[in-house]
Design a protein around this ligand. Structure first.
Ligand code: CMX
Length: 435
């Protein structure tokens, strides 16, 4: 058994009594109340999910296993000559809560290589889809097509003990994750690069191999590592993470759950916003004939968008109340690698004008930029101009966090999710509205 799986087993066995004790001895302790506004309003802030993989503080942003983004990037091992830690080490951190050693990272890299072969039928499925299908449709279809590979589904059918569900779930997670870079890059090259596919180079790490298969030179390998890590997890309540958790709670396996997760991510209020940001900026650039708008000109574009009833993509957040640290990390990368890029300058002018306008408009609870406001700029700069592909990059990253959560869901025996619904008439009655 790999050291990762062995460590995970120890962690799980140590953790289980904590969960059991909370339910048995403290099950009736209240975490909060639910208002009518929350019931109608998408369950905002209702404390009803548990995860130890990441925690989102409204002001500070995300912590992965207790570490802020700068701490995560600083503490995880890096290969010589690169700035960003490997995805392999990050997977170890999310699963176990520990910072891995360099040899732990190598062991996972070897595991990923051994598991990376994508079955031919997956490529056949992708080729059978209309070429103008959205790349998220392709990614989601490829993932669900692989459900027949599920070790969990086989183990369940064979009557595996509940306490061991996590083991085959872990196998599914690692198997799926190892294949995702190849599948994502295949979609890209098939759809946008005249179907010229670049085979994997198994000497490279997760991020490096992805950059290689995309056909984009250094430092895009670091962009890939940074991108997958930053997008991996944002606690459990966001649409993609929650969808993955919900579907898996029915004991649907990793493939079903991750495919559904991707479908949720594909919405314009969630993961599709990074493509929307670039589309919006391109629209402004067209109107400006390529010239960088002044702050006054940009203010007019922002107000025009708001007055036409649209949102400013890349701004606002359901939980965050400050600038997203994922935005900041990418901005620092831009300042280092592409300070003079026109689109980066556009994004900077936007940063100067949008928050004040959203405050003046008085609707958005958070006027600050989120992760999506900056991420497309970097992709565009490195030649990835087909912006409807950006959510696929988000999806590969998000699969890491959602998968780690699902492994722990099974380890701790989290049950089928089943909140209660009420009718409008019942809400009116609770509110004391007389008819
Ligand atoms: N531009 C214009 N209006 C905005 C806005 C924005 N960027 N962000 C919020 N608002 C509006 C909402 O549409 C809502 O209006 P109504 O009352 O007319 O419905 C009002 O402000 C209150 O919304 P909120 O409570 O501040 O935000 P929500 O929790 O409802 O929604 C989010 C959060 C992210 C969907 C929203 O801010 C938004 O639409 N942003 C633009 C899209 C985007 O960047 N999404 C990516 C989020 C990150 C991710 O998940 O990937």
């Amino acid at each position: 058994m790999s050291k990762l799986k062995e460590t995970l087993r120890e962690k799980i066995e140590g953790w289980r009594p904590r969960t059991t004790r909370l339910i048995k001895e403290f099950g009736n302790v209240k975490l909060g109340e639910v208002t009518i506004e929350q019931a109608i309003g998408g369950m905002r802030s209702v404390k009803s999910l548990v995860t130890d993989i990441s925690y989102l503080d409204p002001n500070e942003g995300i912590r992965f296993r207790g570490y802020t983004i700068p701490e995560t990037l600083e503490k995880l091992p890096k290969a010589p000559g690169v700035d960003m830690p490997s995805v392999e080490g990050f997977v170890y951190l999310l699963l176990t809560g520990d910072i891995p050693s360099a040899s732990d990272v190598q062991e996972i890299a070897a595991e990923f290589k051994a598991r990376s072969g994508v079955p031919q039928y997956v490529f056949d499925v992708l080729r059978a889809l209309p070429r103008d299908s959205h790349p998220m449709v392709m990614l989601s279809a490829a993932v669900v097509a692989m459900q027949r590979e599920s070790e969990f589904a086989k183990a369940y059918e064979a009557g595996v003990n509940k306490m061991d569900y996590w083991e085959s779930t872990y196998e599914d997670f690692m198997n799926l994750l190892a294949k995702l870079p190849t599948i994502a890059a295949y979609i890209y090259r098939m759809k946008y690069r005249a179907d010229v596919v670049i085979p994997p180079n198994n000497d490279l790490d997760f991020g490096g191999n992805f950059a290689h298969m995309m056909g984009i030179p250094k430092p895009y390998d670091d962009v890939a590592r940074m991108y997958f890590i930053l997008h991996s997890d944002h606690e459990s309540g966001n649409v993609s993470a929650h969808t993955g958790h919900l579907v898996a709670s029915a004991l649907s396996d990793m493939y079903y759950a991750q495919s559904a997760m991707l479908d949720g991510l594909a919405g314009p209020l969630h993961g599709l916003a990074n493509q929307e940001v670039l589309r919006w900026i391109q629209g402004v650039m067209d109107k400006m004939d390529g010239k960088i708008p002044s702050e006054e000109e940009m203010k007019k574009f922002v107000w025009d968008t708001l007055k036409s009833g649209q949102v400013i993509p890349g701004y606002g957040h359901a939980v965050l109340r400050k600038t997203d640290p994922r935005y900041q990390t990418q901005r620092e990368f831009c300042l280092k690698h592409l300070p003079n890029d026109d689109i980066f300058k556009f994004v900077d002018v936007l940063y100067k004008v949008v928050p004040d306008i959203l405050v003046e408009q008085g609707k958005a609870k958070n006027p600050w930029p989120n992760v999506d406001a900056q991420s497309g700029v970097i992709q565009w700069y490195y030649g990835l101009k087909e912006y409807d592909f950006y959510t696929v990059l988000f999806g590969v990253g998000r699969a890491i966090g959602v998968g780690a959560n699902i492994v722990w869901d099974r380890a701790l025996g989290y049950p089928l999710e089943r909140p209660k619904s009420l009718t409008t008439a019942m809400l009116e009655e609770v509110a004391g509205i007389k008819k």
